[in-house]
Design a protein around this ligand. Sequence first.
Ligand SMILES: [Zn+2]
Length: 352
Amino acid sequence: MISSTGGSGHPSRSRASRLTVRLAVLATTVALGAVGVAVSATPSSAAACNGYVGLTFDDGPTGSTGALLNVLRANNVRATMFNVGQNVQGNPSAARAQVDAGMWIGNHSWNHAHMTSMGQSQMQSDLSQTNSAIQSATGVRPQLFRPPYGETNSTLQSVASSLGMRQVIWDVDSQDWNGASVSQIVSNAGRLQNGQVILMHDGIQNTRDAIPQIMANLNSRGLCPGMISPSTGRAVAPDGTPPTGTPTTPPTGTPTTPPAGGGCTATATYPNVWGDRYNTSVTVQGGSNWTVVVALTAPQRVNTTWNGTPSWDSSGYVMTMRSNGSGNTFGFTTMMNGNSSARPQIRSCTTG
Ligand SMILES: [Zn+2]
């Protein structure tokens, strides 16, 4: 199943809100003199990155997903896989292998139908069923949705949004679905600019064969493979930090007012560890009206929290937990997604 339309524009993007979140986090860090921002060391970030692009592979998992993952890993690529629900249901281990290889998973509908001809309730059940299959197979709830063929309308967008997903189309079409040669795919990928997203597909030999040259071209231009931000739909650094030297995000000037109130101490323990996930229990001392900022290491993801009210930054890896009257100990369950050793870092604890 193949996408048949050309590229199309993005929906509106909110860089401002992303920046606001960053500044708030920065302000907290500055105010407390806390340790610096936690940055996970991924192979792709070892090179100098002047910007990030989103490599996406649609219509999987397929019988050759393993071959695709091998090529991606060999080239230190993390990509976004827009999976078809019934393919996931038929091959859950392949979907799991995607996550284990560090890929992000998006929703690409249940069976690749033309969704704009559906009614709202049919759209809802299609996307919900797909999310359930993906979450069941991988433990990860999709935050991104790509409509089949790039065909969408306002109803479909609002249904995706109501399910917690950002619609992502693409900026560059590799044309791999259209029989493009390896060199044509490489040439098309050469048009990618900072923040942009390219459409490719799982299950196509030429696409796999093009990846080493695509990466060589990107590296020569200082572009690195990144994640697609669920809040902006743009490619960003895998851990959500802004790429250095990016002209579009100038955090000039002094961060805004530091949070009022004083400091507190937050201590984390890990009372339960399973094969694929673990629980973190955080106890706060020094106040009852607390706010604790916790940073995860990609590709780990929180899927459940308790005894607090969480909010997330655009990267999905920095959680701000606020007291909700349930006492001074909160907790959360983190899916390892292939990284079994990392544990969350407490960035700050404030009261008042
Ligand atoms: Zn597709």
